[in-house]
Design a protein around this ligand. Structure first.
Ligand SMILES: C[S@@+](CC[C@H](N)C(=O)[O-])C[C@H]1O[C@@H](n2cnc3c(N)ncnc32)[C@H](O)[C@@H]1O
Length: 238
């Protein structure tokens, strides 16, 4: 690797009867910390792929304004309801394709930070690179080891090498590169399969070959699952 990565890999013996959490979706505490370092009531933030606004509401009190984009009308409808509940006046949700949108035109003023949580692509990084050279990028994205036991790699996932190459070619220099992984070890293949059946994972995997891929893995004696694998990045323009 060209850059230094901070790696946190946690292995956990999992008792499926006791704990049915699905940790792949939890907000990354390190990402929150990296964003918090930029906090200022004078600064405007673009968030891409905001979904129903989990990250948006966590960081809105830290900044002047958050312009949060998503291309899903239903996610934004949920976000709007939550905005009213949180009573936050400095958040603007917009329906847009983050790979195509002109962030500068949407913001209507200087953008200090582009952030994302589990929504990243080379095209989004290229869009951020079109902004003012002071703009900072901070995001968490899936790593290629996420649910690796299913045999399927998400097209949105990055390896460390692919992330370095994408940042380099867009003209971003990383000031933080992290790899966070959490691996559950089950007492037996049956307990591993039961865990997936009883969490929301089976619903997520039903529409893809992931579920059959995982069943094959447990039938062959596998009894682990990489429940969380992410790259966390903060980068400035070179
Ligand atoms: C895994 S969810 C993460 C949502 C939110 N950031 C969170 O962590 O709760 C990914 C989100 O990105 C959105 N998304 C994916 N590709 C997009 C694109 N090209 N433009 C805008 N939104 C996109 C999806 O609609 C979805 O809401």
């Amino acid at each position: 690797m060209k850059y230094r990565w901070q790696e946190t890999i946690s292995h956990r013996d999992h008792n499926a009867d006791r704990d049915l959490t699905d940790p792949h979706e939890g907000l990354s505490p390190i990402l929150l910390q990296l964003i918090r370092q930029e906090a200022s009531s004078q600064r405007r933030v673009i968030e891409v792929g905001c979904g129903s606004g989990r990250l948006t509401f966590a960081i809105a009190p830290l900044f002047q304004e958050i312009i949060a984009l998503d291309w899903s009308e239903s996610a934004l409808a949920e976000a709007q309801i939550a905005t009213a509940r949180h009573g936050m006046a400095n958040v603007r949700f917009q329906l847009a394709d983050a790979e195509q949108a002109d962030y500068q035109a949407m913001a209507g003023g200087p953008i200090h930070l582009v952030v994302a949580h589990l929504c990243m692509s080379n095209a989004i990084i290229a869009q951020a690179a079109r902004l003012d050279s002071e703009t900072i990028l901070a995001f968490a994205a899936f790593h290629t080891d996420q649910w690796r036991e299913t045999g399927i790699i998400s097209r949105f996932a990055y390896s460390k090498a692919a992330m370095e190459e994408t940042l380099d070619s867009a003209g971003f220099y990383p000031c933080y590169l992290g790899l966070e992984k959490e691996i559950f070890h089950f007492p037996s293949p049956d307990v591993a399969a039961a865990y997936v059946e009883r969490t929301s994972l089976q619903t997520k995997w039903r529409s893809s070959p992931r579920w059959s891929g995982f069943l094959k893995y447990v039938q062959e004696g596998g009894h682990s699952l990489t429940v969380r694998a992410r790259v966390v990045v903060k980068a400035r323009r070179q």
